[in-house]
Unconditional design. Structure first.
Length: 579
């Protein structure tokens, strides 16, 4: 479920064994969403390069610029070389040679501490051309390819000469986020109904739901740029770009001491969008992303532009909340009230009024939500026999007619939290046109007036009556929402109808990702890093509150029809949260 503008959105009691299972699943989550073993880190891109010779304009720097369309080419003799200075002694674990048609049949990969005394990491007399990936082992500041036998009548030519370190891909020891909270400037910025206050500072606020964008009035052109003043000169080691769908396919990362004269740290013509983490090496007070080719008709837009390194004048960003351990029950409602009593007002707030998403019900002030006396809370959707009997006057027309009523409850102002295991045991309503859900919304939707989907949404369970054997678990954020949300369906094994029995729906959530389960079966795993590299920003490192509702109609399920049966009950056995 969600708020307006969305395109679509027991064993009876738990004992000690069930709590142990919950704790175990939290630890499983921590393992499940950990990144795989770290890949070697590209350390040669943008570094100074020299060569024994160059044919025409094909200079050595073109082989380390990250651009697959530029190359180095030598004169037409055997003893030719290209050499890269990594800037510091580095553990070398891999070398990649992307040859042009003029390749080396015989060559050596050599390493040196000073660019004078060389030792061999790899040698061959049977080079095959194309792309050669060499796993090597050694260390040094300088690395070179020394050609000893040409495979053609021409010289040697490399589109790319890539050197990788055996590092983890994280920032070097002592590196900090230098750009947080710093002053930004840009070629243009947007401020309208499509992108409100999309100013340069929004790319440096470490808020993944705010962004900078170029202005459509004269700004959706090439080039376009955004720069940050780090406050003092710094050594730059890493740049992270979290792109909006309006990204650059060709751009440079540039550095400057005065914000006027710029030198390039990184250059590419095949930017991929989403999250790009760039290992660079350079020094300066100012850092700039200088876009030269847009991926589409729109401009340039960044959710985040992070600069990492040492020096500068860094401001420490607020830390993330601690990850949960799973052993502490922080919220629980077993719904043991007497039959007909309302939900506990210390835990639940009724939302009233017409539902969003073109839903057809009117949510009442607990007239449709009550304990059943058997340990459940019931949210009942009804077709009103006497129109107007449960509906206040419409503020515009004054009409008291409403065809359907139901219930929607939330915990805002009573309980909100960041990270943990969230679990509920629910028997959903069914038949055409019903839309029960158990979900969470970012607390800043109310506390700071942040609109959906910028506040973030975590759908633990959604069910639509037209698909009786299926439920859905989905995430919604500014870059993926509505019908484009990030999630998975779950179908009951062997068919069946979720409305026929209770089922347990849960999510384990921490700073690294989420794992969604139904009756203990994992249905959807979200790794934060993978999400950022493939879909868009992760916006789930802040408090969320719980929501239960039983909707009628709406964009996704469609309206009730002749097969729909009323009343329809969504019964909730318990809701619990562990941290």
């Amino acid at each position: 479920m969600d708020v307006p503008e969305r395109l679509r959105g027991r064993p009876r009691r738990r004992g000690p064994l069930a709590l142990l299972v919950a704790v175990a699943l939290l630890f499983t989550l921590a393992i499940a969403v950990q990144p795989a073993a770290a890949e070697p880190v590209l350390v040669s891109q943008g570094r100074p390069a020299t060569a024994s010779s160059a044919e025409g304009p094909f200079a050595a720097a073109a082989a380390v610029d990250g651009d697959p369309g530029t190359r180095w080419s030598s004169q037409f003799t055997n003893a030719q070389w290209i050499h890269v200075d990594l800037g510091a002694t580095t553990a070398i674990s891999r070398v990649v040679l992307r040859w042009e048609a003029a390749y080396a049949k015989g060559y050596r990969i050599e390493v040196s501490p000073d660019g004078q005394q060389w030792s061999t990491l790899h040698t061959t007399t049977t080079g095959a051309g194309g792309t050669e990936t060499l796993d090597v082992s050694g260390s040094g500041r300088h690395v070179r390819m020394l050609g000893t036998q040409r495979a053609t009548a021409w010289g040697y030519s490399l589109w790319e000469f890539q050197i990788y370190s055996a590092g983890t891909g994280g920032p070097p020891d002592g590196d900090v986020l230098l750009s947080y909270g710093k002053q930004g400037t840009a070629s243009t910025s947007q401020h309208d109904g499509t992108c409100w206050q999309c100013t340069p500072d929004k790319a440096f606020d470490r808020d993944p739901a705010s962004r900078w964008a170029t202005n459509p009035t004269g700004g959706w052109t090439d080039p376009g740029w955004i720069a940050v003043d780090l406050g003092a000169r710094a050594e730059i080691h890493r740049v992270v770009l979290q792109w909006d769908p309006a990204f650059a396919t060709a751009y440079e990362i540039q550095v400057s001491d005065d914000g006027t004269q710029w030198s390039s740290l990184h250059r590419t013509t095949n930017g991929t969008g989403f999250k790009e983490t760039l290992t660079v090496s350079g020094a300066g007070r100012h850092v700039r992303m200088y876009g030269t080719q847009r991926n589409g008709p729109y401009g340039y837009s960044l959710w985040e532009f992070q600069v990492w390194g040492t020096g500068g004048a860094p401001t420490t960003p607020p830390p993330l909340p601690p990850d949960p351990t799973g052993g502490r029950l922080v919220f629980s409602d077993e719904f043991n009230g007497a039959a007909g009593t309302a939900p506990d007002p210390a835990k639940w707030v009724p939302e009233t009024g017409t539902g969003p998403n073109n839903e057809l019900e009117y949510y009442t002030n607990n007239k449709n939500a009550a304990h059943d006396g058997a340990g459940n809370l019931v949210l009942e959707a009804r077709r009103e026999v006497t129109p107007g009997s449960a509906c206040p006057p419409d503020p515009l027309s004054g009409s008291t007619t409403c065809q359907y009523t139901s219930a929607r409850l939330n915990t805002y102002g009573k309980f909100a939290f960041t990270y943990g295991r969230v679990e509920a045991r629910i028997k959903v309503s069914g038949t055409q046109g019903l839309w029960p859900a158990f979900w969470m919304l970012g607390a800043d939707y109310f506390s700071a007036g942040r609109p959906w989907p910028y506040c973030g949404e975590i759908d633990i369970m959604e069910h639509v009556g037209k698909e009786p054997n299926t439920t859905y678990s989905t995430l919604h954020a500014p870059a993926y929402f509505g019908a484009n949300g990030h999630g998975s369906p779950y179908a009951l094994p062997g068919g069946g109808d979720f409305a026929n029995d209770f089922h347990t729906f849960a999510v384990d959530w921490n700073s690294k990702g989420m794992v969604f389960t139904v009756d203990g079966s994992v249905i959807h795993t979200v790794d934060k890093d993978t999400l950022e590299r493939t879909r868009g920003p992760w916006v789930y490192d802040h408090p969320f509150f719980l929501i239960l509702n039983n909707a009628v109609g709406g964009d996704w399920p469609g309206p009730p029809d002749a097969t729909t049966r009323f009343p329809q009950r969504m019964s909730v056995d318990y809701v619990k949260v562990w941290q």
